[in-house]
Design a protein around this ligand. Structure first.
Ligand code: MG
Ligand code: MG
Length: 274
């Protein structure tokens, strides 16, 4: 099994820089998402924005992925490829974005509503995002990977949602996907122990219906087996002084959308300066 690479405080600060470039990119996109815009147009905006920040798009060319953003509308779970189909009122669009700066990757994701969405879809988004913070809370010294997965799974399954099994969170660093794998399901007390210096991409992928998925013939797009919507929220988190510290933020998104939220406050040692 590949080894878990612990990061120094200096490396974690460099990773924070990479993460915040993704955070700003998602914030920029938040103001552009509306009915009529295509995912390809959003992809081009993100590509140029990341370059302007002195970074490289982290996904472009990674495992031969063709674009800057993974764009997964509605029943698509993850890894959707941007195209020229316009978004419509009532859609949801999961956007996953990566950056590479100073040799370190940032990698996080947010599911956006396009205009007004159905109340049951809004609930799916809310519960999925809340489950991300349940997972982050469990990322503490001497807890184990199974504790984190259990926290997310339990939070979502009690709502009747399906927790995707085949795709998982991961360690993050000078490669996009490092050890350990971080499933969004698990058993308490099982798996590797968390250690200071670990940096994880924690990313629940939660379906309104069945947890089962299928893949399109494009070799990338993952979608729900029952055609019901799916949501995906991802943060980059370091374990520092025994506690989870957020490296990424959704505050740029909230600023763009006029949302007030205290959800990140428990996971910051210093106030965030936007
Ligand atoms: Mg991601
Ligand atoms: Mg990831």
């Amino acid at each position: 099994m590949p080894e878990i690479i612990l990061k120094t405080r200096e490396e974690i600060e460099m990773m924070r820089e990479s993460a915040l470039i993704v955070s700003k990119t998602l914030g920029m996109l938040a103001s552009e998402i509306k009915p009529g815009i295509t995912t390809l147009a959003l992809d081009t905006l993100a590509h140029d924005f990341i370059k302007d920040q002195g970074a490289e798009p982290g996904f472009l060319g990674l495992y031969d992925f063709p674009n800057t953003l993974c764009m997964s509308p509605n029943a698509q779970v993850v890894h959707g490829i941007p195209n020229d189909t316009p978004l419509e009122e009532g859609d949801v669009i999961s956007i996953d974005c990566g950056s590479l700066k100073n040799g370190f990757y940032g990698d996080h994701a947010y599911t956006f509503a396009v205009g007004e969405i159905a109340p049951e879809t809004e609930k799916l988004l809310r519960i999925t995002k809340e489950s991300l913070y349940e997972g982050i809370k469990a990322f503490r010294l001497n807890n184990r990977i199974g504790d984190l997965g259990y926290a997310i799974q339990n939070y979502c399954e009690k709502e009747g949602y399906g927790v995707v099994r085949e795709l998982v969170g991961h360690g993050l660093g000078s490669t996009m996907h490092e050890a350990p794998e971080v499933p969004n399901y698990g058993k308490r007390g099982r798996g590797k122990k968390f250690l200071n210096g670990m940096v994880l991409a924690i990313e629940p992928m939660i379906n309104m219906g069945t947890h089962r998925i299928k893949q399109l013939k494009d070799g990338w797009t993952i979608l729900t087996a029952d055609g019901k919507p799916s949501a995906h929220f991802e943060h980059n988190v370091a374990l520092i002084d025994d506690k989870p510290e957020l490296l990424s933020t959704f505050e740029y998104i909230y600023q763009a959308l006029g949302i007030q939220s205290e959800e990140e406050t428990p996971f910051r040692s210093l106030p965030l300066v936007l």
